[in-house]
Design a protein around this ligand. Structure first.
Ligand SMILES: Nc1nc2c(ncn2[C@@H]2O[C@H](COP(=O)(O)OP(=O)(O)OP(=O)(O)O)[C@@H](O)[C@H]2O)c(=O)[nH]1
Length: 331
């Protein structure tokens, strides 16, 4: 698809802020074809020195909480202040077609037309790990292209929140004024991920409920051990619809960044994330190689059946399969 000089040119264009080159590079990064993977890695190698300059923000919220409205208001606030904002997503259930790219654009209509914003929907298909990897790589690309705020959005279900929290500097949880009842429904684990909790829809008839909810969440946060000694998670009220509270939220984010940077904690967090990512890649790659191994593949169904029937223990089966793989690859 792309030749070596092409890659060089593509890297230069991305660094110069060319949107088409950026979009093409993301398509390359998202491809699972082996030759595309190699090219994507070559391209990232060229650009990685230019990446890392953005503040990376994760944002999660259950459907209906107003995520799109919030990102639209937040993004516009930032571009008006001179920032360049990229919005990415991690949604393993996303089955992207040409249509839903458009869907994303209509979701954030104004931001999508903003020359200082770049919106990319979730890579589609595959495992959460696969989707996350492509989003991480896309994050490096948009950073190399000069976007200084990267928002990674995810749906408030399952494991995807943890995955996103592990690739960003700050994780924001968007909640509705439901309070009490909702608090019961939110897993403690998700609260533990949050550096910032935003109660959206704090307007009109919902304002009083939002205030009550904020008090409840502050109480709940008090019972959770902070993620880092350098920051205590905060609860803020916002009305994405009216654009209220956005300024304060950005101020919190800036304070977080300052506090974490000053303590050397941000750099450390990113270093840990990079290491964990490498191990994830290594693990995924090894498992892939293992399942593709001819002898392992032939023996797998039998071992699985024996484990399922209780004839073999999972540990013994794994040992045998691993020995088969290692023996085979060393031969
Ligand atoms: N009153 C009020 N309504 C809001 C606010 N923000 C969003 N809404 C409404 O909540 C509904 C859902 O908003 P969306 O932005 O589509 O939220 P969402 O379902 O989380 O979006 P996605 O999951 O990102 O597609 C819409 O009817 C919005 O107009 C707000 O601050 N105040």
């Amino acid at each position: 698809m792309v030749t070596a000089p092409d890659l060089e040119q593509m890297a230069d264009r991305i660094a110069a802020g060319n949107r088409r080159a950026l979009a093409r590079a993301i398509t390359l990064v998202e491809s699972s074809r082996a030759d595309h993977r190699t090219q994507a890695q070559e391209l990232l190698e060229k650009l990685v020195g230019r990446a890392g300059g953005a503040i990376r923000l994760g944002i999660s919220g259950t459907p209906g909480v107003g995520k799109s409205t919030f990102i639209e208001a937040f993004g516009q606030h930032l571009t008006a202040a001179g920032h360049r904002v990229a919005v990415l997503a991690v949604d393993p259930s996303s089955k992207r077609t040409g249509g839903s790219i458009l869907g994303d654009k209509t979701r954030m209509e104004h931001l999508a037309r903003d020359p200082n914003a770049f919106i990319r929907p979730s890579p589609s298909g595959g495992t959460l790990g696969g989707v996350a990897r492509r989003t991480r790589e896309t994050m490096l690309l948009v950073e190399a292209a000069g976007y200084d705020v990267v928002l990674v959005e995810t749906v408030g279900v399952g494991q995807s929140e943890t995955t996103v929290a592990e690739m960003v500097d700050l994780f924001m949880l968007l909640l509705s004024p439901g309070g009490g009842d909702e608090l019961q429904g939110i897993k403690r684990g998700v609260m533990e991920l949050a550096d910032l909790i935003v109660i959206n829809k704090a307007d009109g008839d919902l304002l009083a409920a939002a205030k009550r909810a904020a008090t409840e969440y502050r109480g709940a946060l008090g019972l959770i051990r902070p993620k880092t000694p350098h920051w205590r998670a905060r609860v803020r009220l916002a009305s994405a619809l009216k654009g209220e509270g956005i300024e304060e939220i950005w101020r919190d984010i800036t304070k977080y960044r300052e506090a974490m940077t000053e303590a050397g904690a941000l750099e450390k967090q990113r270093a840990e994330q990079a290491k964990a990512w490498m191990w994830q890649e290594l693990t995924d790659g090894l498992v892939y190689a293992l399942t593709r191994d001819r002898r392992v593949a032939a023996a797998l169904p039998d071992w699985e059946a024996r484990v399922m029937s209780g004839e073999a223990t999972p540990g013994a089966a794994a040992d045998a399969l691993r020995a088969l793989f290692l023996g085979h690859s060393e031969a």
